[in-house]
Design a binder for this molecule. Structure first.
Ligand code: SF4
Length: 326
């Protein structure tokens, strides 16, 4: 380890001020402390935000469900409103990490977690995300788990969060509070694809604090579910995953929300799949046709070509499960 300061802040204003001075926010600590132990990250000042009043799950009006940034993953998964209206959120959370981690890790921290690319976490390897300009060991290395969508010649690391995939599917928004006040950023704009700056991963500015994730009102009833395909059945990240939510009325799909995980450099929304579904009647043929669109634009690497077909099959299977027609 190396020296760093630790401050516990009593309120949002103090947190923002500490963040402006360069402090790194920490709550559950399940990502950042690991990275500090491995010296992948070396923050000089930790700002503990664990005491801030950001732990509620509330109705924010007009059908919007607000999940405070400091709500633990386990708390969100167990919440009766989440389970009733968005089982896809509960399922994604319960398929993530381990029970111990879910009891510590927060929703805000979950979406801010950093990639599991092994080269990123190996400080002896070249990694543009960790050390800009140093190269990308994954491009010519072992890249079986890496992205087939959204990569660049600088970085092909996947985003590791499951619940961020669900939030993307549901067109959620991130609430931020910073030196200039509060603002809302749609999930579609929150994560940044690597391009030429893979060290820049999200829209959060210096001093800004995530205060909540808000799920907009969706038509009800909405069936939903999350499928995660991985090398082992617990404590493992997704090779592919699919978050699906469907509003079916009068035998017709009126609304479709679909996103994929494990395949993109950011949680990967699938608008072409959604558009193909809306206005049609559920059928086995429809699920197959729609799922073929999931891998549009895919650029597989040397060791992950299998993800192209696996992604289509993951989406198709979850459409069948949620849509109810086999
Ligand atoms: Fe680093 Fe990205 Fe390359 Fe992994 S894929 S080594 S995170 S630059």
């Amino acid at each position: 380890m190396y020296p760093f300061s630790y401050t516990k802040v009593p309120d949002v204003r103090a947190a923002i001020a500490a963040g402006q001075r360069g402090g790194r926010f920490v709550a559950g600590g399940t990502t950042l402390v690991d990275l500090m132990r491995e010296t992948v990250e070396r923050p000089e000042a930790l700002v503990d935000i664990g005491a801030l009043p950001l732990r509620g799950i509330t109705n924010a009006g007009n059908g919007v469900l607000r999940i405070g940034a400091l709500v633990r993953m386990a708390e969100a998964a167990a919440d009766p409103r989440v389970r009733a209206f968005y089982p896809v959120i509960s399922q994604a959370l319960e398929l993530s990490a381990s029970a111990q981690l879910r009891n510590m890790a927060t929703i805000g921290g979950n979406i801010m977690q950093r990639t599991r690319c092994t080269y990123f976490r190996d400080v002896t390897a070249n990694c543009n995300k960790r050390t800009p300009g140093s190269g990308c060991a994954a491009l010519g290395g072992f890249n079986r788990t890496h992205a087939i969508l959204g990569g660049s010649d600088q970085c092909v690391a996947t985003h590791p969060s499951d619940v961020a995939v669900v939030f993307s599917a549901l067109d959620a928004n991130v609430r931020l509070h910073g030196p200039d006040g509060e603002r809302t950023v749609p999930f579609a704009d929150f994560f940044l694809q690597p391009g030429t700056t893979p060290d820049r991963e999200h829209a959060v500015q210096r001093g800004e604090l995530i205060t909540a994730v808000e799920i907009p009102a969706h038509p009800r009833p909405m069936r939903s579910g999350y499928l995660k395909v991985r090398d082992r059945q617990s404590y493992e990240f997704a090779l592919t995953s699919a978050a699906v939510a469907l509003h079916i009325q009068g035998g017709v799909i009126r609304a479709a929300k679909v996103a994929a995980g494990g395949v993109g450099t950011v949680p990967w929304k699938l608008p072409a799949v959604e558009r193909h579904l809306v206005g049609k009647r559920p059928s086995a043929a429809l699920w197959t046709e729609a799922a073929q669109l999931a891998a549009e634009g895919a650029r597989p690497l040397a060791h992950n070509r299998f993800k192209v077909e696996l992604l289509k099959r993951t989406v198709e299977r979850q459409l069948r499960v949620v849509g109810g027609t086999r």
